[in-house]
Design a protein around this ligand. Structure first.
Ligand code: BMA
Length: 863
């Protein structure tokens, strides 16, 4: 929930002659050399050719200053940084020093030579996949287009404007803030939200975890396409599941033709084992033509979410021929699966669960925000690392939150490959929007474009209208403060335009108007149906235990903040900033009450840490423990609750936030905890009044026989009692394996003297283990655990073997100076057990180096 959008006042901009001193003029003048164009995609010898316009461009503050070197795709902030013209906005308080950038108009240009072979083509078009945001496009000085939506792709006819030899493409970007203000001034009332009149990533305007960095630029691919006669405009692949293990694939091609003509169309679907091919003649009329080719796939290899089976993928290709000559082709990678959102009446209200290939599954994951304030810096490697880390934490679903961007194609490709189901919001968050015709048409076209871009991805499960706009209207005082017209405009967008777009372009996927939302409009907090954002904890200052009193059907948001660890804090601070109330640390805390809330909760559970570094560290444990309470309770309640997506997976800059992995991808305690609380088989001790229930929860698809071992021990290491039980865990179920009165378990010991430990094993394999504390840990005098460690190579792997004499809470391993991560961290150790942790180095290292650098601490060492 966004209680206060912090919108920083722009600082005065420095004089532009300071920004562009004369010596830079000379320095940058050699960039004026034109770049010869090369075909971007030479693998296919089709008539249609594509020429990339990416790479080196020039930019300047519009109308003045020298042209400087720019990188496309990119944005004005990264270009200014690369030219040394602004400091890194992430360092210390530099964010405040670069605010002037948003008030400038910027222009980008590129000169390129056109080969005659290209000019001879009957059609030459400029294709842009993203211009951020208010752009005017000029070719050889002539204005050919104006755009006002960063989320839409555009195609412009260039044929009439291009000439032989040198051409110039120039794109002007008007200050988004100025244009937003103009649009705002045209309405008699002020709409709530960051920049509701602009179709531009909302988080750029500042969020409660993100800086205000309102940028401009050519942020997605841009290229020329030249073709004759005909091209494939679009392919939709519709799956029809048949009995007897068959799927009919309907490849619906839209083909553009500049004349009446007879061509050949070929459809090819390729799986791992087999290709399915069909060729047929096609009679085209001038204009857009639709043709469907159906292929029958036998014994389909299905696509499954992570943890449920393989992520089998097929490619579906449409090729267009004129006699032997390939004119154009289009390929989509798909996965064969039935993935539905099931909402059926049941004894608690109405279910809200995802069902894949007939199997319901508990959604385990979190909310994804853009991985950088400047998303053009996010490489495929960065996506891959973050998403693989989600898989490693046993997640199967991510929500792409509506205040960021529609993610780049790599993101969805990786989700397809890794089995991460995507809950996709449309990009509307915590705001109300205008309802004039131009805005509505812009939204309609955006939805059409985005749906067509993403609909072939098997990972995408659902389209959701917005983030918290319905909730805000009914619960944040907006309904009372704003005219009814604002709600009518809301209904136009979220109850008409967007669902219609989903119905028209992607009818097999569900549309959900808002997150949160329930069966009854205006009741987004219902625990009977729909999804829920539960923020009583954190924003509402309720204790963590409140989670265990909530039984909503699907938690699409809940969360708690923490600081990043000292290594990350060092990247944006100087030693003089190392205090959470120092101005730089406060600037990197965007929630107005954030630091207070962390301390408020911390004092309930833990002793005050020794120093700054330990406070950062302990805040992560506090956060992780909070999330653990929620998730373990909700998993124990399945099938009443069928999903937990915590807020939030990642960060867009180094900051105190709700994230489980920080800006650099470093796992916070939460991500390690998630790996455990999202494990496919989970053992959970949960107190219910005076009884301790031990739940066994299985997300597996077959029953398993396991062994439940439990014990009560003193923190000092004396065993009190223990037992072993044989249990059968049913697939997709949560069951109580053991119930005992708390008093009986702890006997005559004080509640701060003993703890309860349990584990589920299958043969030698430990499936899950857990600890229950009878008291808050601040009341427990934790003993010195006497941890022994040994570092050794096992084959290629570097393993740290550990054991302890006495109970150890939140054992933490780190190795200063060595890049890499431990497979487990922030874990508890009980005496008598051996622990093995793998070190995953970023570069090859010798075990001895790790042994020398390895450090270990636990909760005991923080106070
Ligand atoms: C959620 C999100 C964001 C916000 C977060 C923390 O509701 O939708 O708006 O960043 O809460 O306040």
């Amino acid at each position: 929930m966004l209680f206060a959008l912090k919108i920083a006042e722009p600082l005065k901009k420095p004089f532009l002659n300071l920004l562009f001193p004369a010596h830079l003029l000379i320095l940058f003048s050699f960039f004026l050399l034109p770049t010869p164009l090369r075909p971007a995609d030479t693998s296919e010898k089709a008539n249609l050719v594509r020429y990339s316009l990416e790479g080196e461009w020039q930019f300047r503050a519009a109308d003045h200053g020298p042209w400087c070197k720019a990188k496309v795709p990119g944005c004005v902030h990264t270009d200014l940084m690369d030219n040394g013209l602004i400091p890194d906005p992430f360092f210390r308080d530099n964010e405040t020093k670069v605010q002037w950038v948003e008030n400038e108009n910027w222009e980008y240009r590129k000169e390129f030579e056109i080969p005659d072979s290209l000019l001879n083509k009957s059609h030459i078009e400029l294709v842009s996949k993203g211009l951020d945001t208010y752009a005017r496009v000029f070719i050889n000085g002539e204005k050919i287009a104006e755009t006002d939506n960063m989320f839409r792709g555009y195609r412009f006819d260039l044929k009439p404007y291009l000439k032989s030899g040198l051409n110039e493409l120039r794109i002007e970007f008007e200050s988004p803030v100025k244009r937003e203000n103009l649009r705002e001034a045209a309405l008699p009332y002020k709409l709530p939200g960051g920049a509701p009149h602009s179709r531009k990533a909302p988080y750029q305007f500042g969020w409660d975890w993100g800086p205000r960095l309102v940028t401009s630029g050519i942020w997605r691919p841009i290229y020329l396409e030249a073709w004759d006669r005909s091209r494939v405009e679009e392919v939709e692949v519709v799956q029809e599941f048949k009995p007897k293990n068959e799927v009919l694939l309907h490849l619906k091609a839209s083909i553009l033709s500049d004349q009446s003509q007879k061509l050949q169309i070929k459809a090819v679907v390729s799986g791992k084992k087999k290709d399915y091919i069909k060729t047929q003649p096609i009679l085209l009329q001038k204009g857009l033509n639709n043709q469907t080719i159906t292929l029958q796939i036998t014994n389909p290899a299905l696509w499954w979410p992570n943890g449920m089976g393989e992520q089998n993928l097929y490619t579906a290709k449409i090729l267009l021929y004129r006699e032997k000559q390939l004119l154009d082709s289009a390929t989509k990678r798909i996965g064969l699966r039935q993935l539905v959102l099931e909402q059926k009446d049941d004894r608690w209200g109405k279910s809200f669960q995802f069902v894949v290939n007939g199997v319901p599954f508990f959604a385990k994951g979190g909310n994804w925000i853009p991985a950088d304030s400047f998303v053009t810096r996010v490489t495929r490697q960065k996506y891959e690392r973050l998403l693989k880390d989600c898989v490693e934490a046993n997640m199967n679903m991510l929500r792409v939150w509506g205040g960021g961007n529609y993610e780049s194609p790599e993101f969805y490709d990786l989700c397809d490959e890794l089995g991460l189901v995507v809950w996709q919001d449309f990009m509307f968050a915590c705001a109300m929007f205008p309802g004039n015709d131009a805005f509505l048409e812009n939204v309609r076209q955006e939805a059409e474009y985005v749906i067509k871009e993403l609909r072939h991805h098997p990972s995408v499960a659902l389209w959701c209208g917005n983030n918290e706009c319905e909730e805000a209207w009914f619960f944040w005082g907006w309904k009372e403060a704003l005219p009814l017209k604002v709600w009518e405009d809301y209904e136009k967008i979220f109850h008409r335009i967007l669902p219609q777009a989903v119905e028209t372009y992607d009818s097999s996927r569900p549309y959900w108007p808002s997150s949160p939302h329930s069966e009854k409009l205006g009741d987004p907090r219902s625990d009977k149906s729909g999804d829920m954002h539960y923020w009583g904890i954190w924003h509402g200052m309720e204790p963590f235990e409140e989670y265990t009193k909530k039984f909503h059907r699907f938690f699409s948001e809940f969360g708690f903040q923490s600081f990043p660890l000292i290594e990350t804090v060092k990247t944006y601070t100087l030693p003089e900033d190392w205090n959470i109330t120092a101005p730089v640390m406060e600037l990197h805390q965007k929630h107005p009450q954030g630091n207070k809330l962390i301390l408020y909760y911390l004092l309930d559970h833990y002793r005050l840490p020794l120093d700054f570094e330990n406070l950062l560290w302990l805040s992560e444990i506090l956060q992780a423990e909070g999330m653990k309470i929620g998730v373990e309770h909700w998993r124990s309640q399945m099938p009443r609750t069928m999903g937990t997506l915590y807020w939030q997976i990642n960060d867009c800059w180094p900051v105190a936030s709700w994230s489980g992995t920080d800006y650099y991808g470093t796992w916070k305690a939460l991500h390690f905890y998630a790996k455990r609380f999202y494990s496919p088989v989970l053992v959970v001790p949960l107190a219910d009044g005076k009884i301790l229930n031990v739940y066994g929860i299985s997300d597996l698809q077959a029953p398993i026989d396991a062994e439940l071992r439990w014990s009560v021990q003193t923190y000092k290491g004396e065993p009190i009692k223990k037992d072993i039980l044989r249990v059968k865990l049913e697939p997709g179920k949560s069951q109580i394996l053991l119930s005992k009165p708390l008093d009986e378990l702890k006997e005559n010991f004080g509640e701060n003297e003993v703890y309860f430990y349990c584990e589920l094993n299958q043969g030698w394999k430990n499936l899950s283990s857990n600890v229950y504390h009878f008291s808050e840990l601040k009341r427990v005098s934790l003993p010195e655990p006497e941890i022994k460690k040994e570092v050794a190579f096992e084959g290629e792997k570097i393993i740290v073997a550990l054991d302890c004499q006495k109970f150890a809470k939140n054992v933490y391993l780190w190795a200063p100076g060595i890049k890499g991560r431990f497979s487990e961290n922030f874990f508890d150790m009980v005496p008598g057990k051996k622990y093995r942790v793998e070190f995953l180095p970023e570069d090859k290292i010798k075990a001895i180096l790790l042994e020398e650098a390895l450090k270990i601490k636990s909760l005991k060492d923080t106070y």
